[in-house]
Ligand binder design. Structure first.
Ligand SMILES: Nc1ncnc2c1ncn2[C@@H]1O[C@H](COP(=O)(O)OP(=O)(O)OP(=O)(O)O)[C@@H](O)[C@H]1O
Ligand SMILES: [Mg+2]
Length: 342
């Protein structure tokens, strides 16, 4: 390694050699003078060169160090200079610090690029999803305007369709708001003691009409006593509602949707089970992605935005849980997650 100590010894060795060689040409020189001049030249030379190099190297290194310190401050932790000076090779350490810095910057750039791509895709998805209901409503309204003499029955049918599209638009915007709140961290999960059993019963009441329309039987399998968990009631009701509605919408006609509450030692497991057509394995790992729908046309007919499950996943994660899905084609689908017992 090119360290000041070795470099100064080597350099002063050569310098004293050359000096001694010159002196040897003087007629008055003898061996003693040559030896003394070599040794004194070597010693003084080594010391002077050593300090000069050391001073220069350290000065440079310190300047570099201060510079990095200015750049990084919050970015990464740097070894204190005192420690650096004590080590034998400051340049080696500086190199290491710079490498760490560059690596952390590269990671940062990668994350930023990923975020930018995500934003682009999100914007494209959102505009695409918004376009569909707006176009539909626009079409119906313009048809009505262009045909003022149309039959009252047909007019009201068109108005109904326009209203349905606008309802879909409203749903989409609500879901988008939730997604954005979750992503910006604006949603605060407020965990309180709540009765899961009562919540599921309430949700069943809400979706009863929907279930009846498709002949779906709703069942709650839970201990007869209240099942208490610590969770954000509003958010968890959103989760269970989406899972139950999915079961009704995508399950089979005249099928069944069961909510099963199983009490464990520290948690309560919530399972939402249907006996519908199931989800093929190639889709299974993607259904929690935003806007992902398996059968786009069918989902659209049922007013789905494809944001439901991605919201579900976020909310369950915010409760420190994980949502899992098991599905077998033509047997049915089960979604499961756990909540902390109160
Ligand atoms: N129980 C289920 N059985 C079969 N397929 C399902 C089931 N649940 C969800 N899916 C599929 O997963 C897709 C995504 O579901 P998700 O809840 O995210 O969206 P959505 O129900 O279409 O819309 P939204 O919930 O926003 O109204 C659905 O479009 C459907 O294809
Ligand atoms: Mg849904």
């Amino acid at each position: 390694m090119l360290q000041p100590r070795y470099l100064s010894v080597v350099l002063s060795f050569f310098i004293s050699g050359v000096t001694t060689a010159f002196i040897s040409f003087l007629p008055s020189s003898d061996l003693t003078i040559l030896v003394i001049s070599f040794i004194s030249c070597f010693i003084f030379g080594s010391i002077l060169i050593y300090f000069a190099l050391d001073y220069l190297v350290f000065q440079e290194v310190n300047q570099l160090y201060d510079r990095i310190k200015q750049i990084k401050k919050k970015d990464f932790s740097i070894t204190p200079r005192k420690q650096l000076v004590e080590k034998t090779n400051p340049i080696e350490l500086l190199k290491k610090e710079l490498n760490t810095y560059v690596t952390s910057k590269e990671d940062e750039v990668f994350e930023l690029k990923k975020a930018a791509k995500y934003r682009q895709e999100f914007l494209a998805d959102v505009s695409h999803e918004l376009k569909t209901p707006i176009f539909a409503a626009q079409g119906f309204v313009h048809t009505l305007l262009d045909n003022p003499d149309e039959d009252v029955e047909i007019r009201s049918k068109f108005l109904e369709k326009a209203a349905k599209s606008l309802d879909g638009l409203d749903n989409l915007v609500q879901d988008l708001l939730t997604v954005s709140q979750i992503e910006t961290g604006a949603i605060k999960i407020e965990k309180k003691k709540m009765n899961l059993r009562a919540l599921v019963e309430e949700i069943f009441e809400q979706v009863e009409a929907k279930a009846r329309k498709r002949g779906v039987t709703l069942t709650l399998e839970a201990p007869a006593i209240p099942v208490y968990v610590k969770a954000d009631m509003l958010r968890i009701s959103q989760v269970i509602l989406n899972l139950v509605v999915n079961g009704i919408k995508y399950g089979k006609e005249n099928g069944s949707v069961t909510v099963l509450l199983t009490e464990k030692k520290k948690v309560v497991q919530i399972s939402v089970i249907d006996n519908g057509p199931g989800i093929a394995s190639e889709h299974l790992h993607r259904i929690f992605e935003r806007f992902y729908r398996i059968d786009k046309s069918r989902a659209k007919n049922s007013g789905g935005t494809g944001l439901g499950l991605s919201i579900v996943k976020h909310i369950v994660q915010a409760h420190n849980g994980k949502i899992t899905v098991h599905s077998a084609e033509n047997k049915g689908t089960t979604f499961e997650f756990k909540l902390e017992k109160a």
